[in-house]
Design a protein around this ligand. Structure first.
Ligand SMILES: [Zn+2]
Ligand SMILES: [Zn+2]
Length: 205
């Protein structure tokens, strides 16, 4: 399924400025969106309240996106969930002549452009979004609205104390006086160094 699930057909919108249509869409199959630590899973439904309006230059799309990102706490690795609720507005210009469309998109790069990932297109601020016949491609704006607003370092709670670096157990589950004996193999070298510096030989703890 290489079909872009975010392509939307504006066929039902009359091409008269001022006309408007509203839709409630749910996209439940798409590629994962986000980062390794926090992402909208590929099968996580994305709800879209979409309003499209006819304006002089094309179709103005206004959308609210609701979905849920899941990942893990950057400190204790517990699962975290993050509610996404974002809005965007995007103008898609009419293209009267498809040959014009190709000219308008970045001259010289048009040939390569098609094969490139849409993320790159989104970074190009000069790019005017255009209609593809009656289709508008919501992929870029949806991606931006979601990814640009996801926390990069998700936490289960702002004051999550994380894990003990020695045993990997959550601090929250450990007794207050929890510490590791110097005999712990990872600390043994350091302990010896400390005591030998102070007294010229290991003394034990
Ligand atoms: Zn945590
Ligand atoms: Zn520990």
């Amino acid at each position: 399924m290489s079909k872009n699930p975010f392509l939307f057909n504006t066929h039902d919108l009359p091409r008269r400025a001022g006309e408007m249509r509203e839709y409630e869409l749910t996209i439940d199959s798409h590629e994962a969106l986000g980062f390794e630590v926090l992402a909208i899973a590929a099968d996580e439904p994305i709800d879209i309240d979409l309003r499209i309006e006819s304006v002089a230059e094309g179709v103005l799309a206004t959308a609210t996106i609701r979905t849920q990102a899941s990942g893990e706490c950057g400190r204790c690795l517990d699962p975290v969930f993050y509610d996404v609720d974002e809005t965007f507005q995007e103008l898609y210009e009419y293209v009267e002549d498809p040959r014009q469309a190709r000219k308008k998109n970045k001259p010289g790069k048009a040939g390569h452009k098609r094969a490139q990932k849409s993320e790159e297109d989104d970074l190009d601020e000069d790019l005017v979004r255009q209609m593809d016949g009656e289709l508008i491609d919501l992929d870029g704006p949806i991606r931006d609205a979601i990814i640009l607003n996801l926390p990069i370092n998700p936490l289960c709670s702002a004051d999550c104390p994380g894990l003990c670096p020695d045993c990997g157990i959550k601090w929250i589950e450990l007794p207050e006086e929890h510490e590791h004996a110097p005999a712990d193999i990872r600390w043994a070298g350091l302990e010896n160094w400390k005591t030998s510096t102070a007294e010229g030989g290991p003394t034990g703890a």
